[in-house]
Design a protein around this ligand. Structure first.
Ligand SMILES: [Mn+2]
Length: 424
């Protein structure tokens, strides 16, 4: 194994090409790595007997060696701009694992915590994530960090990626379950699109001994609860979960604080989020079992209303796929961006492929979005067209143009025979 050397494993990593779990299912004849973490102890029989365990075990060991090579350093864990529970809980777990090697990790994101459950999660568990908004970065000394880590993303959904790259901070690890987004040079890579949540991957790391959870340590209980929340929310409350996600959830149940989890789940939606959901209902058009809704402008802090609206409108009878989008604006920064979410219950629709096909790439070859099983998202920066919305006619015209263009691109795939350009 080539460990502790900067290598690109993308060509050799099997799961990125074929996401069928059967392909890596390994039977008894495979020699087990001899207790490398030296902590497998009681977990051996239950954990090692499971599907995909060999890969999980191998990756845990590889990560352990990577961390060993970076003792006493300071790292940044870069999350997507709008981190979700899967990302937040996985990053926290990484931070706790790395602490054992005297590696100090700071969990950072450039956008905002938008979903009411995410805000509740962070508040109630004391999850140590920090907002690093781009304008505040001038005051940060990036030379303090010897490496960065991408968790539950591959840099394509984070404005911080270019910032850390410009500061020449090396990429140490990428741990994600989204489809491969492009070439990344990282010391350690664990990208498993067949796994339903990054929290599942991290739970497997815990099970293979990277960190022994202890019920008497409050931080461990809170972190396990956060992981359970992350795993549940990425698997549609376990409805989309597969065997290994259930096994991970089973393990977490030993440490999870059910009352705390319940408190997180009971966070209420704000009125503004409800209003966005209402607009998505009013504006939706349904064609070929796709429901498409533009919701106009919304505030940066309410950005998460978009996936919540998509979650809701996909539940309509005879709808298998929902796409909701709007222009998210940040008044302080005059920043505007089109943000969209896709939800599907159609097993043969790959959200990643669909979004890449619909919206293509920008001038630098970067896709506007991607996805994982049953969900996807896209972000289209408005650049020069940002701002100027004091003039309401201009704001309205701008929305209409973006709305028409997005619909046009989506409908081309939804209804290939129609050419929407020549309609009405
Ligand atoms: Mn995830």
């Amino acid at each position: 194994m080539q460990l502790n050397s900067p290598i690109s494993q993308l060509e050799t990593f099997p799961l990125t090409k074929d996401s069928s779990p059967e392909e890596v299912d390994i039977d008894v004849d495979v020699p087990l790595v001899k207790n490398p973490a030296n902590v497998i102890t009681g977990e051996t029989n239950t954990f090692l007997g499971q599907r995909n365990n060999y890969l999980a075990y191998q990756k845990s060991e590889e990560l352990r060696l990577t961390l060993l090579g970076h003792r006493h350093e300071r790292h940044l864990i870069v999350l997507q701009d709008f981190p979700d529970p899967d990302a937040l809980s996985s990053a926290w777990t990484y931070q706790l694992i790395a602490q054992q090697y005297d590696i100090k990790c700071e969990i950072v994101y450039a956008g905002t915590l938008s979903h009411q459950e995410n805000i509740a999660l962070v508040k109630l568990t004391g999850l140590p994530a920090q907002r690093w908004a781009l304008p505040t970065l001038k005051s940060k000394d990036l030379s303090l960090y010897q490496g960065f880590i991408l968790i539950d993303n591959q840099g394509t959904t984070s404005q911080l990626l270019s910032v850390v790259q410009q500061a020449k901070i090396p990429l140490i690890a990428v741990i994600d379950h989204h489809s491969l987004q492009g070439e990344l040079k990282s010391e350690f890579i664990d990208i498993r699109p067949a796994v339903r949540s990054t929290a599942t991957i991290f739970t497997q790391y815990l099970q293979s001994g990277l960190l022994s959870l202890d019920n008497s340590i409050s931080q461990h209980v809170k972190c396990a609860t956060a992981l359970m929340h992350g795993l549940r929310s990425d698997t549609d409350r376990l409805m989309q979960a597969q065997e290994e996600d259930f096994i991970a959830a089973g393990y977490l149940s030993r440490f999870c604080d059910v009352q705390l989890l319940n408190a997180v789940l009971q966070a209420n939606r704000s009125k503004r989020v409800m209003d966005v959901i209402e607009r998505s209902l009013k504006n939706r058009i349904i064609q070929n079992n796709f429901s498409i809704a533009g919701v106009g402008y919304l505030r940066y802090d309410d950005r998460d209303a978009i996936p919540q609206a998509a979650d809701f409108i996909v539940t309509e009878e005879n709808v298998h796929t929902a796409v909701v989008y709007g222009i998210v604006h940040d008044e302080d920064e005059e920043l505007e961006i089109v943000i969209g979410s896709l939800r599907t219950t159609k097993l043969t629709l790959d959200p990643d492929e669909f979004i890449k096909e619909a919206f293509g790439q920008d001038s630098s070859g970067r896709f506007f979005g991607g996805g994982r099983t049953s969900a996807g998202g896209f972000e289209i920066p408005m650049g020069f067209l940002s701002g100027g919305n004091e003039n309401s006619n201009y704001a309205k015209m701008k929305w209409e143009v973006f709305d028409a263009q997005i619909k046009q691109k989506l409908l081309r795939l939804v209804n290939p025979k129609d050419n929407p350009i020549h309609q009405g």
